[in-house]
Ligand binder design. Structure first.
Ligand code: HEC
Ligand code: HEC
Ligand code: HEC
Ligand code: HEC
Length: 266
């Protein structure tokens, strides 16, 4: 009885924050918490208007994917560091920053459930690297994706690249012939190129969002790439990659495939 009264009192106290929504029927099965921050669905989604669990739980976000709502700065920063280290933004926009070589994670956060985001990271499509992450790392990333999308306009109108070579022909571009047996890249100009699994995915190599792994934390400029291709071991003594000789015209073509237009990462 005391609990019931408390629940009702709590409901009355926070009702205005729910923007005049109907009563949160979640409370008919669950005790409330964090009521001072808003209604259940603000953090957990779901449908507060039903007393039937399967309807109430439609699109539900479990507590561990709602951690970001608690505004713990240290936790969000840890997540951001992980996202930077794995360089998700070399392909995706998240938190309004990144290349648009693949779907915007800000839009995905709105359209998809936490479960769907988890699956996309755990079992990535062919053109996304398999990072082999554990459950906790995936949970952290999903929280960062949700946090980054908060309060943003989703930009469905923005171009999302088409990744598939449906021509059935063997690609004859310079990346496919000289790099593609070991590397892959999402190219603005050509879509998904290369089939290699053994070397880093070079998507967005010339952008701010690719890890600065050239010498001494330098970015991969066109110039630095030329030096690398001439002799990787001069840059990194233990490099496994062998030198690749390219003509001037081939270098130009390669650069045009790697290039990401600046307006794609605003
Ligand atoms: C009819 C009762 C009922 C209603 C209504 C209901 N739930 Fe639940 N909920 C449960 C039960 C039972 C579980 C235990 C796990 C399960 O059976 O799915 C649960 C589990 C959960 C979990 C944990 C899920 C997980 O995967 O760990 C969350 C979060 C949750 N509910 C939130 C909500 C929210 C938010 C609402 C309202 C939008 C709501 N529930 C409405 C009965 C209900
Ligand atoms: C401010 C965000 C926020 C609000 C509002 C909120 N929750 Fe939660 N909830 C969380 C977080 C975060 C967790 C994970 C555990 C924790 O850190 O407290 C969680 C955990 C839970 C759990 C335990 C199962 C699980 O998934 O971990 C249930 C059940 C639950 N919430 C139900 C509710 C219901 C019902 C309401 C509305 C009365 C509600 N929550 C309101 C953020 C919120
Ligand atoms: C080399 C490019 C690339 C990188 C790097 C990359 N992804 Fe992806 N990702 C993709 C592609 C391609 C898809 C499929 C959707 C599409 O075609 O745009 C995808 C899909 C997703 C989806 C599902 C999106 C949706 O709309 O359903 C999520 C979530 C996701 N990636 C998260 C991540 C995270 C987190 C990282 C970093 C750990 C990451 N990705 C790194 C290329 C990439
Ligand atoms: C036979 C396999 C192979 C081919 C072909 C190849 N690479 Fe590599 N590349 C690698 C490997 C393996 C690495 C990982 C670093 C190392 O150990 O050398 C690498 C690393 C790189 C890196 C550094 C990436 C980073 O984040 O550290 C760049 C840039 C690069 N390659 C560009 C190219 C380009 C451009 C081509 C084509 C002109 C190419 N590679 C052809 C195997 C290859």
């Amino acid at each position: 009885m005391v609990f019931r009264l408390l629940t009702i009192a709590l409901f009355l106290a926070v009702a205005p924050a729910w923007g005049g929504q109907p009563r949160q029927l979640c409370l008919s099965c669950h005790p409330g918490h964090y009521a001072e921050r808003g209604g259940c669905t603000l953090c957990h989604r779901g449908n507060p208007a039903s007393e039937r669990k399967n309807i109430a739980h439609a699109g539900l976000r479990a507590g561990k994917y709602a951690r970001f709502t608690l505004g713990d700065g240290a936790q969000i920063r840890e997540g951001e560091r992980l996202m930077d280290r794995l360089a998700c933004r070399r392909c995706h926009v998240s938190g309004g920053r990144g290349n648009r070589l693949a779907a915007s994670l800000d839009s995905a956060a709105v359209r998809k459930t936490a479960g769907e985001l988890v699956l996309s990271i755990r079992h990535p499509v062919a053109n996304m690297p398999d990072f082999g992450l554990d459950e906790e790392q995936i949970t952290i990333l999903v929280n960062v994706i949700f946090a980054g999308s908060q309060g943003r306009q989703t930009d469905e109108a923005a171009p999302v690249r088409v990744h598939f070579n449906t021509s059935g022909k063997k690609s004859a571009d310079i990346f496919s012939t000289k790099c593609g047996s070991c590397h892959r890249i999402l190219s603005e100009r050509l879509g998904a190129v290369g089939t290699g699994e053994t070397a880093p995915n070079l998507s967005g190599l010339f952008s701010d969002f690719y890890p600065k792994t050239f010498r001494n934390g330098e970015v991969w400029s066109a110039r630095n790439l030329k030096d690398w291709l001439k002799n990787p071991r001069e840059i990194r003594p233990l490099a496994r990659m062998l030198p690749v000789m390219l003509t001037g015209a081939e270098t130009k073509e390669l650069e045009s495939i790697i290039l990401v237009s600046p307006e794609s990462n605003k």
